[in-house]
Ligand binder design. Structure first.
Ligand SMILES: Nc1ncnc2c1ncn2[C@@H]1O[C@H](COP(=O)(O)OP(=O)(O)OP(=O)(O)O)[C@@H](O)[C@H]1O
Length: 317
């Protein structure tokens, strides 16, 4: 088990990681999400042992990890870390790059290289020099390379940022299935909603260096603690309760996803909005509208003309 215990860290006197604690088991996939600059990469680097911490500690199976002041070459042996600027050797082939992390004495070396290239769908590029690959192809080889040593813990920073949408879903399915089958704990810093929502066992939401929410994707999506948490998953409407129910006097706000607001033909509805724009989303349109001096978003099956006045209904408890 990995235990991050009350860890704080600052590059300067200002702390950018503030008292973070969480636990994760072998085979888990933990997604770390949050706005740019909130501390995701820093947290991965602390766990891997690249940054020295004075406050708190990281444990692996009850053993305290010693950090960069102890090792000549920082980074724990049983972990692999893939930073955003993945580094590969450009003048050697894909096969040689991935093979660098597999012992030459391993009789199964060639099969392992092929198995890993299959996970990232790059078997056709075995003999290609890395310098001749595209950015997305390089990223897939970098993923295969960090898997080659069979780490117990894998730390990935934005692992699919260069991968096109045509391939991303297939790659995600293939990679996370492989990691589960090998019982590898994987911690991913990501801006991508699908990475977290559809695949993670647990999500940690970070803001200004602090964990502001933690739970399964279902828990965080269905009961978001704040607009910040909900806005990672979707557009979010944060509306004063008084605006949607005049009987309510409390100074409370409600969080509504766009699918919790619908159009109604009932002109008795007191909830009148004026459409600003319709955005095609494939199987629905996301409608932007003005509602009592606020901008709201809701879903509708067809496009609605700009400036049209409409009545809306709230579909939540
Ligand atoms: N080497 C460094 N020296 C000083 N400050 C740093 C250094 N690296 C990061 N920071 C600062 O620490 C804070 C956290 O940065 P970090 O890279 O961890 O954020 P992030 O959540 O990973 O961002 P992004 O999503 O943009 O990659 C930021 O304010 C950043 O400017």
């Amino acid at each position: 088990m990995l235990k991050v215990d009350k860890v704080s860290f600052g590059y300067t006197l200002n702390e950018v990681i503030k008292n973070i604690s969480f636990k994760a088991n072998k085979g888990d996939y933990i997604a770390i999400v949050g706005e740019s600059g909130c501390g995701k990469s820093t947290l991965l680097e602390i766990i891997y042992g690249l940054l020295h911490i004075d406050k708190g500690a990281v444990y692996w199976n009850e053993n305290k990890l010693l950090g960069p002041n102890f090792y000549l070459i920082p980074g724990e042996e049983f972990m692999k870390y893939l930073p955003q600027d993945f580094d590969l050797m450009p003048y050697i082939t894909v096969e040689e790059n991935v093979g660098k992390n597999i012992s030459s004495l391993d009789p199964n070396k060639q099969n392992r290289i092929l198995e890993l290239l299959k996970v990232v769908d790059m078997t056709d590029f075995l003999k290609t020099k890395v310098k001749n690959l595209s950015g997305g192809q390089k990223q897939r080889i970098a993923i295969a390379k960090v898997l080659a040593k069979e780490p117990e813990v894998l730390l990935l920073d934005e692992p699919f940022s260069h991968i096109d949408n045509f391939r991303k879903n297939k790659l995600r399915r293939s990679l996370f299935k492989y990691l589960k089958s090998k019982n590898i704990l994987c911690i991913v810093a990501t801006h991508d909603t699908t990475d977290a929502l559809s695949f993670a066992d647990e999500i940690l939401v970070i803001r200004n260096g602090k964990v502001v929410a933690q739970g399964t994707p279902e828990q965080l999506y269905n009961q978001p603690k704040s607009a910040y948490v909900a806005s990672f998953f979707n557009e979010i409407n944060e509306l004063p309760l008084k605006l949607i129910d005049s009987k309510k006097t409390l100074n409370k706000t409600v969080l509504l996803y766009p699918n919790e607001i619908t159009l109604t033909s009932n002109s008795n509805s007191k909830l009148k909005a004026k459409v600003v724009n319709s955005y095609f989303k494939g199987n629905f349109y996301l409608i932007e509208a003005e509602f009592k001096d606020k901008t709201i978003f809701f879903e509708h099956s067809t496009k609605v003309n700009s400036n049209q006045e409409v009545f809306i209904k709230i579909n939540c408890n």
